[in-house]
Design a protein around this ligand. Sequence first.
Ligand SMILES: Nc1ncnc2c1ncn2[C@@H]1O[C@H](COP(=O)(O)OP(=O)(O)O)[C@@H](O)[C@H]1O
Length: 172
Amino acid sequence: MTDIGKPNILITGTPGAGKSYLCERLAAQLKFTWLDCSKIAKEKNFIEEYDDEYDCPILDEDKLMDYLEPMMAIGGYIVEYHGCDFFPERWFHAVFVVSCPNGTLYDRLKERNYNEKKLTSNIQCEIFGTILEEARESYKSDIVYELKGETKADAERSLKTVKNWYSMWKRK
Ligand SMILES: Nc1ncnc2c1ncn2[C@@H]1O[C@H](COP(=O)(O)OP(=O)(O)O)[C@@H](O)[C@H]1O
């Protein structure tokens, strides 16, 4: 791993779990730069094709990674994405997986007008803990942490957890 002044943090989890909500606050409080990969992919057109069935763009992972690489070498970034297995393991010093109870998640995704197929697949993803499993398979287990993203109180707790982690990291 590169010897950098600030770590890079990955925030992952099912769409709607509360990643952006947390990242926005974290970036402001820790003074890190927040990189929302879905937003970047859309803006920079890092899209391979469009999945009509699930009504979503398919990410061109290589293009996204080429774009992120120089930033990851500097450190001080919070990377957000609803997947985590394709990033180089060396990029991240901690991986936080945000989760949310199905009922709340359902309401949040309904509000986004997800079609039935997309909605069901995302709810299943949450029920099966797919992203948490993906994180545990892709990174060392001692850098993977779970956070809850349902309520404002959850967000406050998550902010504290990540800040505490960062304080410990600085002392190392
Ligand atoms: N901890 C939370 N407490 C209350 N509302 C939240 C919380 N996290 C997210 N939300 C709300 O839920 C919706 C989806 O959150 P968002 O952060 O965009 O999810 P994601 O980035 O994981 O797709 C937003 O309307 C957001 O304001």
